[in-house]
Ligand binder design. Structure first.
Ligand code: 4AD
Ligand code: MG
Length: 447
């Protein structure tokens, strides 16, 4: 209760008697000794109950604790280099008293291996595991560091709506909702409103959930994901890339500095992350990326891999292409100036070469693919009007957006960072489903 000590603070209480409230992660019976792994959300502490030193009822009670039973344990904090299951390692609690709140029966997630679908069905419980603990703590730090860096750099946080009458990206992945008898959509991006906010505040960002009714069942796609989107007035493509790499390298440095313990739990190879912790990153144009892929294609001897690398100018990259490009660099790589035809309607065509646009995707190393997508925005009133027509949702839904090009339009740029892909990359996870507390996927909306 009030006055309990958090496990993360126990190192400051060596030799003292403290009370910790938490859940039993595991218990090992060694006859006269009971070893209880107790977690409280801030860490794990090995509690040692030594029979001969304790009243028999207390020792007996300790021996009855099951996985996920809830307790308050009072004991003396000791240093013990052999307490390796503790987080932080090296500390233990020698049991003196205990209050049991509930003995949990048949907790479904046992220390044995479980299939991932079973674990996802029990996501509300799976979050208690050390691995998920590590991921969620790193996720929280990534959010904190992204926001903090932008706040300190003079970007104003301005929220954007989730319910919107217009499509921000395309009309193929819209979640439709009935808005009091009228059609509306869940936001695919905060960008369009971000552009209005940028005109009001110069440099802004929005951070919130975004929604895509993707038919994709890949390790990179969620239906609901969080996006961080900065938007800046008077900015070109080079300025945008510069902003992205300073922000992202800062975040990676911060995670490396703050979370060695969590990265160790995840068995993350940090040598590649170390490289991404400093700017500048690599840059390659779409044209050169196509040439590079064609070269890799020609050199590939495995027919299956060769087929996956096939591509010609004008086509969008698939996951194998992005991985092959990223593998050619030892840092994250910005691919710039994609074909206008495969990118969003608002992207500014390149001067003198309108078949490409002032866009960039940041490809993360190790197969994590596109973590950010951004561009310079069309600021010419007539051109944006023409592009909006191609969306087929009617001018009315975009009338306010078109106003932005009538009253003091300026060249401006912005990008969106997919939080879950960034978490997957930094944590070294196979799939984005573990990067968000409750994943929404093609076949999953439970729990
Ligand atoms: O490239 P996207 O579609 O860009 C935009 O939405 C822009 N309006 C952003 C902007 O310029 N303000 O999405 C941005 C990022 C992608 O790079 C990717 O990391 C992530 O969002 N993303 C997804 N993450 C998980 N699941 C999905 N279905 C995602 N779709 C995009
Ligand atoms: Mg994109």
């Amino acid at each position: 209760m009030a006055g309990n000590t958090r496990i993360s603070d126990l190192a400051q209480h060596v030799g003292e008697t403290v009370t910790v409230g938490g859940w039993v992660k595991d218990r090992t019976d060694r006859g006269k000794l009971q070893f209880i792994q107790l977690r409280d959300g801030s860490g794990v502490i090995q509690v040692v109950a030594y029979g001969p030193d304790l009243p028999p009822e207390l020792f007996e009670q300790a021996g009855k604790l099951t996985q996920e039973s809830s307790v308050e344990i009072t004991g003396v904090v000791k240093e013990n280099p052999k307490a390796l299951k503790s987080i932080p390692a090296g500390y233990e609690l020698s049991l003196q008293g205990m209050k049991v709140y509930q003995i949990a029966e048949d907790y479904p997630i046992t220390p044995k291996e479980h299939g991932v679908e079973f674990l996802m069905d029990n996501r509300h419980l799976w979050l208690r595991s050390s691995r998920q603990w590590a991921i969620m703590r790193i996720r929280a730090t990534i959010i904190h560091e992204l926001r903090n860096w932008l706040d300190n750099a003079g970007y104003l946080l301005v929220d954007t709506p989730i319910i919107t009458p217009a499509a921000g990206e395309n009309t193929t992945s819209l979640f439709e909702i009935d808005y009091h008898g009228e059609q509306a959509y869940l936001a695919q991006t905060g960008q369009l409103y971000n552009e209005a906010n940028m005109m009001a505040f110069g440099q802004v960002y929005t951070f919130g959930p975004t929604f895509r009714a993707e038919k994709s069942k890949t390790r990179r796609h969620l239906m609901e994901f969080w996006m961080l989107e900065p938007e800046v007035a008077f900015m070109d493509l080079d300025g945008l890339i510069d902003l992205e790499e300073r922000l992202i390298s800062h975040v990676i440095r911060a995670v490396l500095d703050k979370h060695p313990q969590e990265l160790a739990i995840l068995e993350r190879d940090i040598s590649r992350l170390e490289k991404a912790a400093s700017a500048p990153y690599a840059r390659i144009s779409y044209d050169d990326a196509i040439a590079l892929l064609q070269k890799l294609h020609d050199a590939e001897t495995d027919p299956e891999k060769k087929d996956l690398l096939k591509i010609s100018w004008g086509e969008d990259f698939g996951a194998p292409h992005e991985t092959a490009i990223a593998d050619s660099f030892d840092k994250p790589v910005f691919v710039t100036r994609y074909p206008t035809a495969i990118k969003a309607f608002y992207m500014q065509p390149t001067e003198g070469r309108p078949e490409t646009c002032e866009s960039t995707d940041l490809l993360a190393p190790e197969g994590y693919g596109e973590v950010t997508g951004g561009s310079v925005r069309i600021w010419d009133a007539d051109l944006i009007e023409e592009k909006v027509q191609t969306m087929g949702l009617g001018r009315e839904a975009y009338a306010w957006y078109l106003d932005l090009r009538r009253f003091g339009s300026v060249p401006h740029a912005g990008f969106g960072l997919g939080l879950e892909r960034t978490v997957a990359w930094i944590c070294g996870l196979q799939h984005v489903r573990e990067t968000i507390p409750y994943a929404r996927m093609l076949n999953r909306k439970y729990p």
